[in-house]
Write a protein that binds this ligand. Structure first.
Ligand code: HEM
Length: 485
């Protein structure tokens, strides 16, 4: 019904362009449920930076360039800072209680403030040691069992957020909490791409019986989410009662007096739980893309190693503070983020009221998808976008925007974890480059397949990760002995 209303309100103004529509179902059925960003990038060629879909009472606006994304999400933040109200992810799984999915309003603001206690640009400095330890332990594990690199990387990413948010130590990638986050994110990130479930476009289908697959999926997601929000949080509370909780965001918040705030424990639980879910998977995804790129582009890897060797002289592993002194490694990390953006559609938004942009009418309740995939692949005659070329970021004649300006989102809902994430990604990647050579599997081809959810990254693939030298192994082992995690 949303659309019928809006058709009276548009006062003759056209909707943004989009593919031709069928009666009733409109053109919304042309959005593929898996990996729609690829199709959207194709539509960009035909329809431009704005592509509009409608039908079945819904409207969706895809934003295909940095300019339109910034014009709307940054400059018109009052209108574009809501999240879509999804049936499966929101109503059935109840994800809509957490900072990532809450509507733009009071509870959202409270949870953002709680996150900022640990994630602000200043606060993240206290975690350099945690990040460097996690990187050293990752390197140690890669020496011992390189074939399990997928699990080791997952553990390293989870370790950092678990320590920051809950102060909970984990020893292996089989740890319950690491698995729980992985399972939860698999389910949740699938449900978060609007269009995965028809019921998101046709909410009245909710009345269908409870054995329908989307209901079952919703129940599974809700059970996992309940567990993810409660289990680590309650563990910190128990440890605090025993006087044994190490410093962490949760421990700090639980020990702070919040005057006049009702239900603050609920807000804490959902803020920290969302951080754990959002922060582990994304960091993991970027490192997995990096390993893949290194296997495919060895000469870029060698160049980065040369720069690291010149700085560190083989005497130590990198630390977060080395970032400013390693311009090529920094460019290689930017290229990793650009070459395969792990959140291709960012996180969708929803308009809070009717809007008009460049003469086009955008109704209230429109789901807005910033297609950062298109931004990443903007045409560039000198450096073809599908190739992995870190040099594009060092060439003063060609301006390529830093992917950090779009990969972490926009405006008031920009990722609050950006500072922590950038440091983690740097120290994990720089440490791997320092101590290992990555190459394709000796027998067989490297042909990765990708998980096409809201967070997109390669499915487990084979590749060879070997220490660069005996000296590198000794360095890693000595550094790992000093870890506190
Ligand atoms: C490479 C790693 C990461 C990437 C690529 C990433 C990307 C994003 C993106 C695209 C958004 C949506 C922003 C928007 O709507 O404009 C987001 C939101 C969010 N991220 Fe991250 N993120 C990363 C790491 C982290 C980390 C480490 C944490 C916390 C420990 C975190 C916590 C959050 C939270 C809580 C939100 C929800 C913000 C809101 O809706 O207001 N992220 N992230």
């Amino acid at each position: 019904a949303r659309y019928r209303w809006s058709s009276r309100r548009n006062r003759g103004r056209p909707y943004p362009p989009g593919p031709p529509a069928y009666p009733v179902v409109g053109n919304i059925v042309k959005i593929p449920p898996k990996g729609p960003w690829l199709k959207f990038a194709e539509y960009k060629k035909r329809y431009g930076d704005l592509v509009y879909f409608q039908g079945l009472g819904n409207s969706i606006l895809v934003l295909n360039s940095a300019k339109v994304i910034n014009d709307l999400l940054d400059k018109r933040a009052d209108v574009y800072s809501h999240r879509p109200e999804l049936v499966v992810a929101g109503e059935l799984m109840r994800l809509d209680q957490g900072v990532g999915s809450l509507p733009y309003g009071r509870e959202w603001r409270t949870q953002r403030k709680l996150c900022a206690v640990a994630l602000s640009a200043t606060a993240v400095k206290q975690y350099y040691g945690v990040q460097e330890d996690a990187a050293a332990l990752l390197a140690k594990a890669l020496v011992t069992s390189p074939e399990s690199f997928t699990g080791h990387v997952r553990l390293a990413a989870a370790r950092i957020v678990l320590t920051v948010t809950y102060g909970i130590p984990v020893k292996s990638f089989d740890d319950e909490l690491v698995k729980l986050a992985e399972d939860t994110m698999d389910v949740v990130t699938e449900a978060l791409v609007p269009g995965t479930f028809l019921v998101d476009f046709l909410p009245f289908l909710k009345i269908l019986p409870s054995w329908m697959p989307f209901h079952q999926y919703g129940r599974r997601g809700k059970a996992l989410l309940d567990e993810l929000m409660n289990s680590p949080f309650e563990r910190v509370k128990r440890n605090m009662d025993l006087g044994e909780a190490p410093p962490s965001l949760t421990q700090h918040l639980l020990g702070t007096k919040f005057e006049g705030m009702s239900n603050i424990e609920h807000s804490m639980k959902w803020a920290t739980g969302t951080m754990y879910g959002a922060g582990g998977e994304t960091t993991y995804a970027v490192v997995m893309i990096f390993i893949l790129a290194m296997a495919l582009y060895p000469e870029k890897q060698w160049k980065a190693q040369e720069e690291i060797d010149a700085l560190l002289g083989g005497n130590r592993l990198p630390i977060v503070a080395d970032r400013d002194h390693l311009p090529y490694v920094s460019a290689l990390i930017k290229e990793t983020m650009r070459w395969y953006p792990v959140v291709p559609l960012s996180l969708p938004r929803m308009t809070a009221e009717d809007d008009v942009y460049e003469g086009y009418f955008v109704p209230k309740g429109t789901i807005v998808m910033p297609n950062v995939w298109s931004v990443a692949f903007e045409n560039n005659a000198k450096y073809p976008p599908e190739q992995f070329i870190p040099e594009r970021f060092l060439d003063e004649q060609v301006s390529t925007p830093d992917p950090a300006s779009w990969l972490f989102g926009f405006g008031r809902r920009i990722c609050p974890g950006i500072f922590l994430a950038e440091n983690s990604v740097f120290v994990l990647i720089a440490t791997i480059l320092t101590a290992f050579d990555i190459s394709p599997p000796p027998d067989g081809e490297l042909k990765p397949e990708f998980i096409l959810n809201l967070i997109s990254y390669p499915k487990p693939y084979d590749c060879q990760i070997l220490p660069r030298s005996d000296a590198a192994v000794r360095l890693v082992e000595a550094r790992a002995l000093q870890c506190n995690l």
